[in-house]
Design a protein around this ligand. Structure first.
Ligand code: SAM
Length: 222
């Protein structure tokens, strides 16, 4: 099946380009052990996040949707020592597992994990931030993507990169009649992008061990 092929190719890419990493492996193992859903980004995607953060020289990163902290670790490792990553998670169990994973990664001093629904914690993030974020990764409940995008613009500067995961969903995003609130969230987000003069964006379709999906990258220009 296509999924088997995509999974085999992801494994091949990982073998060739992504050295075995005890800390990341342990984060995934602990997440699985605790019964967390296995919906973290793949290793190639995690490394892509890391490379994008490095390319930008990001010093301040915001992540919405921590899960077990797998993407958090990839992103935080791109930061300089003085850098900071704030990650928002609603589920206390996910946050507990993530906290342990982040500590094992030696990143507790860099990562600030905030427990609570992101729409409740984002105002605190905004109130406590003197500086804008360089990179924002939106990967929580998809129905709220439009709200997270609005918040991202408030927390951004010219040059901030906003990344949004799971915006294709097997192509279902093209179905205006979809009754899936996650799809409707992405469709409203695309309408925002269409109408928003302060960003320029593209969306890349992806296949891999997580199936057929994609991500949006939006650069804040104004
Ligand atoms: N970024 C993670 C990674 O790649 O390793 C995966 C995040 S997972 C796809 C989505 C996470 O968002 C889940 O842990 C879920 O509990 C969390 N979440 C769902 N609704 C949320 C909300 N309203 N506020 C904050 N987090 C939420």
């Amino acid at each position: 099946t296509p999924l088997q092929l995509w999974t085999a190719v992801d494994a091949y890419i990982s073998e060739q380009l992504i050295p075995a990493d005890p800390v990341l492996d342990a984060a995934l193992a602990a997440s699985a052990e605790a019964g967390l859903p296995q919906i973290a980004v793949s290793a190639p995607q995690g490394k892509q996040l890391h490379l994008l953060a490095r390319l930008m020289g990001a010093r301040r990163i915001l992540e919405i949707g921590t899960l077990g902290g797998y993407s958090t670790i990839w992103l935080a490792r791109a930061l300089p020592e003085s850098g900071r990553l704030i990650t928002l998670e609603a589920d206390p169990k996910h946050a507990a597992v993530a906290g342990a994973n982040i500590a094992r990664a030696g990143l507790s001093g860099v990562v600030d994990l905030r427990l609570g629904r992101a729409l409740d914690t984002l105002p605190q993030v905004a109130a406590g931030s003197s500086e804008p974020f360089d990179l924002i990764f939106i990967d929580a409940d998809k129905e709220n993507i439009p709200h997270y995008f609005d918040w991202s613009l408030r927390l951004a500067r010219r040059g901030t990169l906003i990344l949004v995961d799971n915006v294709i969903r097997d192509g279902e995003v093209t179905n205006p009649a979809s009754t899936d609130p996650r799809i409707q969230g992405v469709r409203r987000f695309n309408e925002q992008l269409f109408a928003e003069p302060r960003v320029t964006a593209t969306t890349i379709q992806t296949v891999g061990n997580k199936g057929y999906d994609g991500f949006t990258m939006a650069l804040v220009t104004g």
